[in-house]
Design a protein. Structure first.
Length: 149
């Protein structure tokens, strides 16, 4: 009995906390998201510690067909978007989507980023978008984030 209780506690300790966040649509983006899930994040603003991998999953309905997908992340500070380097900006490569994509079909985009120790402790709004071959938004959303030690 004690062994099984310990095993259950160890399994629960390894679970990553994630929620479907209450995101905000970008001004010029389509309103086509089914859900946005960020891990580890249990409430807004999402608080990420240096040295942690963050996983983002986005369920969306594509507003158009496209043979290519380009992802972008911006940190918005004082209303000014600052582009962040993406580990994998090609949305057709290792992001859970097989290209080409078709209009009005549902897809799940998945990506990760590492919160480097060189990032400052900061509060900001993150804009995450995915664009098709014609550079129009396939999705675009914002959420508040805090980076801490």
């Amino acid at each position: 009995m004690e062994t099984s209780t310990s095993l259950v506690l160890l399994m629960l300790a390894g679970l990553t906390v994630a929620i479907d966040i209450q995101f905000k649509y970008c001004k010029n983006g389509p309103q086509n998201l089914k859900r946005v899930n960020i891990s580890p994040c249990d409430k807004l603003p999402c608080v990420f510690h240096h040295g942690v991998n963050v996983t983002v999953k986005v369920d969306f309905v594509s507003p158009t067909s496209s043979a290519t997908l380009d992802a972008e992340i911006f940190g918005i500070l004082a209303g000014i978007p600052i582009k962040f380097n993406m580990p994998n900006p090609n949305g057709c490569n290792d992001c859970g989507i097989t290209c080409p994509i078709k209009q009005n079909m549902e897809y799940v985009y998945s990506s990760e980023f590492f919160v480097m120790k060189s990032y400052p402790n900061i509060q900001l709004v993150v804009q995450w978008d995915l664009r098709g071959a014609n550079k129009d938004f396939l999705f675009c959303f914002e959420f508040p984030m805090t980076i801490v030690d």
